[in-house]
Design a protein around this ligand. Sequence first.
Ligand code: DP6
Length: 327
Amino acid sequence: MRATARACANIAFIKYWGTADAELNLPLNGSLSMALAGLTTTTTVAFSAERGEDSARLNGAELVGPALDRVSRHLDRLRTLAGVRGAALVDSRASFPLGAGLASSASAFAALTLAGSVALGLRLEERELSRMARLGSGSASRSVPGGFAEWLAGGDEESFAHRLAPPEHWELWDVIALVDERPKAISSLEGHRLAPSSPFLPARLERVPSRLAQVRRAVLERDFALLAELSEEEALELHLVAMSSRPGLLYWQPGTVEVLHEVRRLRAQGLPVFFTIDAGANVHCLTPAEHRRELEERLSELSLVARLLSSPPGPGARLLEGPEPEG
Ligand code: DP6
């Protein structure tokens, strides 16, 4: 009763912000992302009838308190589905720096869902895996199919992510400019909870469906200019809602603004690049593969950028070891 799985983090072009149901992680709007091959979590789950309590390690450090509870609650969902009892030993490793203000819950819960379900003898289809991962962390639903993925809004049964295109479809690179490596002060959980207190949320929700349809088309047709325009609009709008919540959430740091201006400057000079920002200060800068080096050079010259992490599109969650290994 043991399995190992690996899943990528993802960066959303259309973002999840606000829940229709906070228990079930049902989003107010559909979202669309690209999985990041360079940012992965690898998780082994082993169940045993003997062990009394779940325990979990992340990069060698024992999880305690709310972090362990969140993992345990997720394992409970899987145990209920499998009709199996038994405590789990979870060993998880992230390939990217934790606490760097980068979302790690997407890759973590996608890998945990796949490894946990296989270890319990479940053979879930991708759709069901994505739905289950969503219950652990909303954005994890998109890390299950990987590549370019869309997570559908809807009821519990309909809200899962599916793959729009495989990673090979479009070699876009995400060059992440790290400007603040402290763990984020305000979790996305808190952001989702506060979203309805912004007077601008209704305006956002009115605009997102047509933007999502256009972003889907931009990805399928590899229309960089359209994706650039809409992704920046989307990221700024999410932060507008966050800033105007009560209390207002200000994720940006001085380095964030420095990078935003540099991205616009570079684009005006002819370099195809656009930015997007999640619930944190670090800026994701996207560019076609052939411009990656130049973008990295330019961003590394900025005074407030500590370092860069770069990644092409990545695959969906996959099994590395288990009762029935893939392949
Ligand atoms: C800004 O999926 O991290 O990154 O369900 O509480 O784990 P939880 O929220 P999470 O929210 C993601 C917020 C975002 C946008 C996005 O990735 O869509």
